[in-house]
Write a protein that binds this ligand. Structure first.
Ligand SMILES: [Zn+2]
Length: 144
């Protein structure tokens, strides 16, 4: 497989990109797509067939895979608050020396993934459906 990053050129009214030197090319190339392009540099596959394959397989699969990647990049919960009562049985009597106010972030529910069991901090503001950041399974948050 060839992969890389190439410069986009302005070429008259069109934009151009060059193939890496080891790619076999024909007289013409066929292509289909929009946000992503599927290119046959040999031009042997008809553009309609490339377009059909792109719509049916590449785009849906890519969107699903990309969302899972995005979910995995979200920050994980690093710690859980230790309630004062558990920490010290005399907490109500002894006033803590240093008590600083903190501003709450987004509302979060702790849930466990049905597939991998991983604990997820579900940010309510991001919606009720999403992908597990560990295994990618799809989850829907429902109220009891
Ligand atoms: Zn999971």
């Amino acid at each position: 497989m060839v992969k890389g990053r190439r410069r986009n050129y302005q070429l008259g009214g069109s934009k151009a990109v060059t193939y890496p030197s080891d790619v076999a090319v024909g007289e013409e190339a066929t292509l289909a797509g929009n946000r992503l392009l599927l290119i046959d540099p040999m031009g042997q596959i008809h553009e309609d067939e490339l377009g059909e394959f792109m719509e049916r397989y590449v785009e849906p699969a890519f969107v699903k895979w990309w969302r899972q990647k995005e979910a995995a990049r979200r920050p994980r919960v690093e710690g859980v608050i230790r309630p004062m009562q558990v920490e010290s049985p005399v907490a109500e009597e002894a006033e803590p020396v240093e008590m600083q106010s903190v501003i709450p972030g987004p509302q979060v529910y702790l849930v466990n993934c049905w597939r991998c069991g991983g604990q997820i901090a579900w940010r309510v503001d991001l919606g009720t459906r999403g992908g597990c950041p560990y295994c990618g399974a799809w989850l829907q948050l429902v109220s009891r």
